[in-house]
Each structure stands twice: as C-alpha cells, then as structure tokens.
Design a protein around this ligand. Structure first.
Ligand code: SF4
Length: 288
C-alpha cells in the first residue's frame, strides 16, 4: 500500500488520524471463510480486546489502536480486478477492522465492494458493531448475505469500558432484528466474553434468550484469547477498573492448565444456555 495523503479525519468521539492509501488487493484468502475483505486498516471502535491490533506489526503507526485508520481509497477498483479471476465463495467483512465504522459513512468503500461481491455471486458475511450496516440493506440479497453483530456483555457500562466507540448493545440487537425482518440470514458472535464479568450462567442465559427471540440463525461464542498485543491493553483496563481480577485474568490467559479449565467450564455453561433457549442447533462455535 502506498500512502497518498495524510490528514486528520472524521471523528467518532475520538479524532482518528486518517491516511488515504492505495492498495493492490482487498480480497484475501482466509481461514475464517473462503475470503476476508478489509477496506480499512485500523478501527475507530477501539475495542480494548481487539485481536486486529496485530495489524500494527505490519502497518506501524505512532498512534494507539483506535486512533488511526488507513482508508484504501481504491478498494472497489482493486476488488473489481481481483473478481475477474477469483472463484465465488464466502467473504468475511471484515477481519481486521469494522467495515461499517464511522468513516465508512463518508467513503462508502465497503458498500461499493459488497455490491461488487454480490453481483459476482460471492456471499457477504458481515460482522459489525455499527447500525451503519443497515444502510446497505438495499444491496444485500437473501442467500448471498449474512448480517451479524458482536456482543460481549449486556451491561451498558461494561460495553462502554471495553468497546468505547462502538454502537450500543441495543443498537446491535436492532441490527439483527432489522436484518431478520428483511429476510436475511443473521449471526451473532458472543465474544470475547469478559471473564468473571459477563461469562456467568445468568449472563449467558440472557444472551441466548434474546438471540432466540430474534430468531438469529447462527451463534458463535468466543472466550478471551491471548492474541498478540491484546494483554497490554486488557491488563491495563483490568488493573484500573477491576484490580481484584487482574491476577485471575493473567493466569487465565497465560497459564495453560488454568486456561484449559476455564474454557471447559465456560463451554459447559454455554451449551447449557443454548439448550435452555432451544437454540443448541444454531451454536456454530463454542469454547472448550
Ligand atoms: S469493532 Fe472489531 S475491529 Fe473494531 S476495534 Fe472492535 S473488535 Fe477491533
């Protein structure tokens, strides 16, 4: 990618440093689906546990995660070229950013790229914390689109701490309700669940009940993972807000036997919640 210009851009509570860059490709082979597509590097939502922080290793920025975004201004053109040869498949949108973060409102790169993907028979698997995705209902098509969101807790205060600039939990449920009503397949990722904050049986029961009420088609549950660059940010928040949990978080993430025991117990609670809500058959991924 070549930097084309540098400026301070659109804000979402924070003022991200925005760089306009050109890319050669925007569609990549992926272990998550057949492909992933990212029109941006960096994410204004600034989630404390974000696994995409590892991107800073390949795209160094002086700003912390959440305070910079590289905008791939030629993403639709690059994608159009790739689509001449690529075999249709599922495309995860997006793996290293939220494709509908606030900047997308101005740039509409994700929108243009999703339109191209669908026109070429690819399936868009959207996962976002932003209601901006609902803008694109006019281009999404049943059978070629799944609309999903991520929810880590039902507690608004916890969500604000861990996902400071993302949409509210109520907005995320609304994404699922609206997409479902529009006849689109829907999915929810409950994760990463916050150890000892949102991973108890009561929390899980409430999450699964709501998903069942809405009629969500696919449910994944993810535990917090010790991915590169995650612990410094998670550890700092836990030390500041939940000092009594700091040592437990550290052991759960870094001590293998403790982690295995944690995951096994969490998996049992998740399966119990899914059974109670009558959606066990929609559980596509579960820890433990
Ligand atoms: S919305 Fe997703 S990509 Fe963006 S910061 Fe949060 S976890 Fe990372």
């Amino acid at each position: 990618m070549a930097a084309r210009a540098e400026k301070t851009g659109v804000t979402a509570g924070k003022r991200p440093v925005v760089r306009e860059v050109e890319c050669k490709t925007v569609l990549n082979r992926s272990s998550i689906g057949d492909y992933s597509m990212n029109c941006y590097t960096g994410c204004q939502h600034a989630c404390v546990y974000c696994y995409a922080r590892f991107m800073q290793r390949f795209h160094p920025h002086p700003e912390p995660w959440g305070e910079f975004v590289d905008v791939k201004v030629n993403a639709p053109e690059a994608l159009a070229k790739q689509l001449r040869r690529a075999k249709p498949g599922g495309v995860f949108v997006s793996s290293a950013c939220d494709a509908w973060q606030p900047l997308e409102k101005k740039w509409e790169l994700t929108r243009q790229c999703c339109r191209l993907l669908i026109e070429h028979g690819f399936k868009v698997n959207a996962l976002t914390k932003s209601t901006l995705v609902l803008r694109d209902l006019d281009i999404f098509q049943p059978g070629l689109t799944r609309v999903g969101t991520t929810i880590t807790t039902l507690d608004a205060r916890l969500a604000r701490l861990w996902e400071p600039a993302a949409g509210t939990i109520a907005q995320r449920w609304r994404i699922l309700e609206t997409a479902h009503e529009a006849g689109l397949e829907t999915s929810v990722m409950f994760g990463p669940l916050l150890p000892w904050l949102s991973d108890g049986q009561e929390s899980l029961d409430a999450l699964f009940e709501r998903a069942a009420e809405i009629g969500v088609d696919v449910i994944w549950v993810d535990a917090m993972n010790p991915r590169p660059r995650v612990w410094p940010s998670v550890g700092q928040l836990v030390r500041r807000e939940f000092p009594d949990l700091h040592e437990r978080y550290s052991r759960m993430l870094h001590h293998k036997p403790t982690r295995e025991a944690y995951l096994a117990a969490l998996g049992e609670r998740v399966r119990k919640a899914a059974r109670r809500a009558g959606v066990e058959d929609r559980l596509a991924g579960c820890p433990g």
